[in-house]
Design a protein around this ligand. Sequence first.
Ligand SMILES: C[S@@+](CC[C@H](N)C(=O)[O-])C[C@H]1O[C@@H](n2cnc3c(N)ncnc32)[C@H](O)[C@@H]1O
Length: 206
Amino acid sequence: MTKKKSLLNGIGNQSMTEKYYDDWALNYDLTLKKWNYKAPKKAVKILSKIKKKLNFNLDLACGTGMFAEEIKKKYKNIIIDGCDISSQSLKIAKQKKLYRKLFKKSFEKKIQITSKYDLISMIGSMTYCKKPGVLFSLICSYLKKNGVFIFTHRIDLWEKQNFDKLIQEFTTYLKIEYRSRPLNYLPENIDFSNKVKIRIMVLKKV
Ligand SMILES: C[S@@+](CC[C@H](N)C(=O)[O-])C[C@H]1O[C@@H](n2cnc3c(N)ncnc32)[C@H](O)[C@@H]1O
């Protein structure tokens, strides 16, 4: 199975995903740039219209730190913690010196945080979430009041997994602040091109 095919159709269980991203970590940033991956940049642009100031970010599935690179350009003093299952990706993220703490942990498991966050990000990674209800509950527990959760999700999977229903179920805790139209995801990747689109979503903790 090729890398591209796996990305489109799912990699498999968590240990397969971990290995896949460990093997890719060294070339990941370069490949994503070639595929014209703009989700981190677009996400920051959306946030900048919603929040003037952001102090503490938990970057779930942070990978090699592409979102941290973008958010630091806009919010210079933001303190960022990250989590990922791929130790090789975390090694690269650490080298960039953008994160305060890095947790090698699944986003579906509780992270021992010391204080709550006003931003939680999960960019390009919802595809790997097997239990969105568990993830959303954890996010509610990590967020401060009025804090925001920004994430991307593929439109095809959004519909298959009925994400509208999930968001509706959490409406007591998380209100929709922003919902993008379908956007290109990996336009220069032959399998994704303009066929597979994503939505960027911002939910606010009430
Ligand atoms: C497409 S990359 C996105 C990385 C980064 N957010 C970015 O925008 O470049 C997907 C990331 O999700 C991570 N991942 C997959 N399943 C995970 C899980 N259950 N918990 C934490 N991270 C996970 C992978 O290791 C990988 O780094």
